[in-house]
Design a protein around this ligand. Structure first.
Ligand code: F6R
Length: 242
């Protein structure tokens, strides 16, 4: 595991972009695992900027996102499909049909989980981008999720609902359930890129990287992956022992 501590959010985003750019330039048909949330916004802006300058093209790239809320239509401004369209896909030359997300509006959610797992098997990710929850979740794999689970429907932790309420008009509007790539799917990526910033993440980061590998901290499973790059700002690294 390689850990980088950057001086600020701009440097975190630039370092993360360096990892993504290397993969996209090296692979003939790159597959990127993508995440939503506040943390990757700077990275996505850099991807868009560099693509506009024609330094990088995503024409041969495919992407697979981690998760989606259950019950929010793709056109809902808080759906993760909408987030990805607005913050990344509209600004790069990725073909529309090459961007995959689990469908949280599927009639049969169990079937949708199986469909997404089959899709992930067909498109092993060259790199999987991850944020981390204050409670140590990765994607929406909340504490206690078995490490060997595939894509599944999850009831969100109270702390996750509270943390995500900032994007909604009120906490009551935050969906209670989500469909998420499982830890097995995440761990199957060739490389993992974990990005975290801010004091609120410091404890989860320390438990994930230097604590016991235990299902009570889902991100701790990353200690078992052979190629993990972690990019933190100073605040998020504050509880690590170097
Ligand atoms: C997003 C996701 C979540 C976030 C995590 C951190 O697709 O799966 O695990 O990465 O909740 O979110 P932010 O970046 O908003 O702090």
């Amino acid at each position: 595991m390689k850990i980088f501590v950057a001086k600020d959010y701009a440097e975190v985003s630039a370092l993360a972009y360096g990892v993504i750019k290397d993969v996209v330039l090296q692979e003939s048909s790159p597959v990127l695992g993508l995440a939503t949330g506040s943390t990757p916004l700077g990275l996505y802006a850099l991807m868009a900027e560099d693509c506009a300058k024609k330094n990088v093209s995503y024409k041969n790239t495919r992407t697979a996102n981690l998760d989606e809320y259950v019950g929010l239509a793709p056109s809902h401004p808080q759906s993760y499909r909408y987030f990805m369209e607005h913050n990344l896909f509209e600004h790069i030359d990725l073909p529309k049909e090459s961007a995959y997300l689990p469908n949280g509006s599927a009639q049969n959610l169990e079937e949708e989980c199986r469909r997404y797992d089959a899709l992930l098997e067909q498109m092993p990710r060259d790199v999987q981008l991850l944020g981390i929850g204050n409670n140590g979740h990765i994607a929406f794999n909340e504490p206690g999720t078995p490490f060997d689970c595939g894509t599944h429907i999850v009831r969100l932790d109270a702390s996750t609902i509270e943390a995500n309420a900032r994007f909604f008009d009120s906490v009551n509007e935050v969906p209670r359930r989500a469909i998420t790539m499982g830890i097995r799917g995440i761990m199957s990526a060739k490389k993992i890129l974990l990005v975290a910033t801010g004091t609120k993440k410091a404890l989860a980061v320390a438990r994930a990287l230097q604590g016991e590998v235990d299902e009570s901290c889902p991100a701790s499973v990353l200690q078992r992956h052979q190629d993990v790059v972690v990019i933190l700002d100073k605040d998020a690294s504050a509880k690590l022992r170097f």
